[in-house]
Structure formats: structure tokens, C-alpha cells
Design a protein around this ligand. Structure first.
Ligand SMILES: *Cc1c(COP(=O)(O)O)cnc(C)c1O
Length: 394
């Protein structure tokens, strides 16, 4: 698998050499339980402490506000369910979110709706961003939480999170942001975001899978999320994944310190991709070109199924993603693309290209070399494309 061109970094990333190195002692000789009192255990406890400090430093918060989790999904579940439990005691059962959150937010909200909560989903419009004016209108006296992602994972658009945080602070509403796709792509300063909760995931920033964190502002008093031990200040029981956490802390440091360098490297590649792909017939960029991270571009190709496009690219050794959620057995197009107002048939023909700091110009050139042929071949076989062309001639 050495010649793979990996352009699906919004799905997961390869581990960085430094993150791997940071893990190694804890996979090997330093295997003590961080709760044990002898020195082998204390080595693990020390790693936990320094890792928490590095993450806090990367985000500009207090280390005691960082809670390690199994990843972004758990962090989202914890923030939202924890807030719901806390706020319903005050009779607050209204939550504000957006139409295109990650499923680890949306599905939690849907289950809360079945349990007496009301959720307002803000529209994201064609450009793929919520509007602060819509948020202000949606706020009610019983609003408990606003949960809006920092960067969308499917189309890469950036949400106005600082403004959202400011509104929430002023109106006394808690604010959670899923920042899994933001870390390493945009600068993050928790103090400027005015966020009460922030979700992070290791494997999206070149650490291993199965580790992440939730920032919980120290003014929040949550009940335990996982019971059964004193780990994570008694809020999340379970023996800590020390190796994973040490690698995650290193990766977070690299991600936060490397934002500018990475973006400077990827901007010309993003531009080249955009210009190269937009040369093709009947192709659209999903979301807008301005308010986005430079590592993620999502296009719709009329007359094509995204899945066929993926499979043909895979045969050429290129890994991308289609926007459509065909991981489930349903053939429904992606909720994100539908939220942008795309017609079903256009939402089906989408392709997400997501780069990392390891992406090279040669890889982008190769994609641009292969793609036109693949698109042409699929369209030549597509009845949908034939119809589009027929209507064009009318
Ligand atoms: C990947 C992702 C998640 C889930 O993170 P895991 O660590 O895989 O659980 C949540 N939100 C967004 C925006 C993501 O991209």
C-alpha cells in the first residue's frame, strides 16, 4: 500500500512520527497504571499530567479543564447529554444547533427530542454557514445549550464560532463546539471562542484512533459521565489510554503550532485543485471558497454517482470520500449537502478531497490527471447525464 495517494484526511490521518515516538515508552516498558502508587505507575501519571498540560497550552485553557475521552464522538455525547441533564433541572429543555452537524451531535439531539427536549436546527444556506442573526432569533428563555461545529467535516466551511460564543455568553446560554476538524486547520483560542465545551479527536490530527478530549469550562459542574473510578476528576471512570494520550498531546502540539505553515503549504494546492476541477463541465464547489479550511474541498459532479467515482479513483490508487452517507444501508444523500439546498441527484455525485500536511503537489497533479477521464467514462455510461445533455439541447 505504499503508492496510495491519500486524500481522505477528514476521515482519518496517518500517525506523525513524533506522535508515534511519544507513545512508544508507554507501549513498552512504562506500562504502569496511572492510579498505582509505585514509581512505575507514577511514570504513567506523569505522562497524563504533561499531556493534559500540552493540550491545555495548545488551546489556551487550564489543564484541569481538559478531560480525555475515546474520541470526538464521545466528547460530543458527553457535552450534550451532560448539559441536558444539568439544565433540565432548571426547566431548560431547548437546544439550538445547525442542520449540518456531525452525526455524533445530530443523533444525540434526536434522542433528546424523543425525551422531551426541543431542538432548533439553524439553516446553513448555500454557502454552508449559520448566521448569527438566526441564532439570536432562535434563543428562548428556556434555551439550555447552543451546539455548533467549528469546521464542517464534509465541506470544510468555517462557522462564526467567536460571534456565536459572544452571543451565548451575553444571553447566559452554554456553548459547545465540535472542533474536531478545526484543530490544526485554524487557530483555536478557547478564551476568544467563549466556548464552555469543545470536542477534539486524536486521529484527525495525526494521532492514533480511539483518543480525544473534551474541554469543560471550570465553571461547569457536571455529574460523572462514566461511573466506576476516580479517573478524569471522577467524571469519566476507566484506566487511561496513556500511550494514546501521550501521542495525542504531541500531535495536538504539532497541529496547533503548525497551522500557519500547513496552510501556507496547502493554499496553492487547494487553489490548483479548485481551478483544475472547475474546468470540467457541470461541476460545483459545495460551500463557498472563502470561509473554508484550505485542506478540504467538496465538489458535486452532475450526472454521476459519488460511489462509482470513489471506486474508480480507488482503482487508480487514490483515496477520497463521497459526501453521501452510504455507510448506512440507506442510499440517502448526505444530510450536509441537502442542508446546502442541493437537489438529491446532485448531492449524490459528490467528492470530498481532504489534504494533510503530508500531501504533495505531485499527488494533486496525479488526481487532476486521472479525474477527467474517470468523470468522462462514468458520464458516458450514465442515463442521468444523457438526460441532462438532452435537456441542454432543447
Ligand atoms: C471524525 C469526527 C468526529 C468523530 O470523532 P471520532 O474520534 O472518530 O469519534 C466528530 N466530529 C467531527 C466533525 C468529525 O470530523
Amino acid at each position: 500500500m505504499s503508492n496510495i495517494i491519500y486524500l481522505d484526511n477528514a476521515a482519518t490521518t496517518r500517525i506523525s512520527p513524533a506522535a508515534r515516538e511519544a507513545m512508544e515508552p508507554y507501549l513498552d516498558s512504562l506500562y504502569g497504571n496511572a492510579s498505582s502508587l509505585y514509581s512505575l505507575g507514577r511514570e504513567s501519571a506523569k505522562a497524563l499530567l504533561t499531556s493534559r498540560r500540552s493540550i491545555a497550552e495548545a488551546l489556551n485553557c487550564d489543564p484541569r479543564e481538559i478531560y480525555f475521552t475515546s474520541g470526538g464522538s464521545e466528547a460530543n455525547n458527553w457535552a450534550i447529554k451532560g448539559t441536558a441533564r444539568l439544565m433540565e433541572k432548571q426547566g431548560k429543555r431547548h437546544i439550538i444547533s445547525s442542520e449540518f452537524e456531525h452525526h455524533a451531535v445530530l443523533h444525540v439531539l434526536q434522542s433528546l427530542e424523543k425525551n422531551g427536549f426541543e431542538v432548533t436546527y439553524l439553516p446553513v444556506y448555500e454557502k454552508g454557514a449559520v448566521r448569527v442573526a438566526d441564532l439570536e432569533k432562535a434563543i428562548r428563555p428556556d434555551s439550555a445549550l447552543v451546539t455548533i461545529m467549528h469546521v464542517n467535516n464534509e465541506i470544510g466551511t468555517i462557522q462564526p464560532v467567536s460571534d456565536i460564543g459572544a452571543v451565548c455568553k451575553e444571553r447566559g446560554i452554554l456553548f459547545h463546539s465540535d472542533a474536531v476538524q478545526a484543530l490544526g486547520n485554524v487557530p483555536i483560542d478557547i478564551q476568544k471562542l467563549n466556548a464552555d465545551f469543545l470536542s477534539l479527536s486524536g486521529h484527525k490530527i495525526h494521532a492514533v484512533k480511539g483518543v480525544g478530549a473534551l474541554y469543560i469550562s471550570k465553571k461547569i459542574r457536571f455529574a460523572p459521565y462514566i461511573e466506576g473510578g476516580a479517573q478524569e476528576s471522577g467524571l469519566r471512570a476507566g484506566t487511561e489510554n496513556i500511550a494514546g494520550i501521550a501521542g495525542f498531546a504531541k500531535a495536538a502540539q504539532e497541529a496547533a503550532d503548525g497551522v500557519e505553515e500547513k496552510n501556507a503549504k496547502l493554499l496553492p494546492l487547494c487553489d490548483k485543485l479548485y481551478r483544475g476541477i472547475m474546468k470540467l463541465e457541470k461541476v460545483h464547489l459545495n460551500g463557498c471558497y472563502e470561509q473554508r479550511v484550505v485542506n478540504n474541498l467538496n465538489f458535486s459532479f452532475e450526472g454521476i454517482e459519488g460511489e462509482s467515482l470513489l471506486l474508480m479513483l480507488d482503482m487508480a490508487g487514490i483515496c477520497c470520500s463521497s459526501g453521501s452517507a452510504c455507510t448506512s444501508s440507506s442510499l440517502d444523500p448526505s444530510h450536509v449537502l441537502l442542508a446546502l439546498g442541493l437537489p438529491h441527484e446532485v448531492a449524490h455525485g459528490s467528492l470530498r478531497i481532504s489534504m494533510s500536511r503530508y500531501t504533495t503537489e505531485a499527488e494533486i497533479d496525479r488526481l487532476l490527471e486521472v479525474l477527467p477521464g474517470v468523470v468522462g467514462k462514468l458520464r458516458a455510461m450514465s442515463p442521468l447525464w444523457e438526460n441532462i445533455m438532452k435537456n441542454e439541447r432543447k
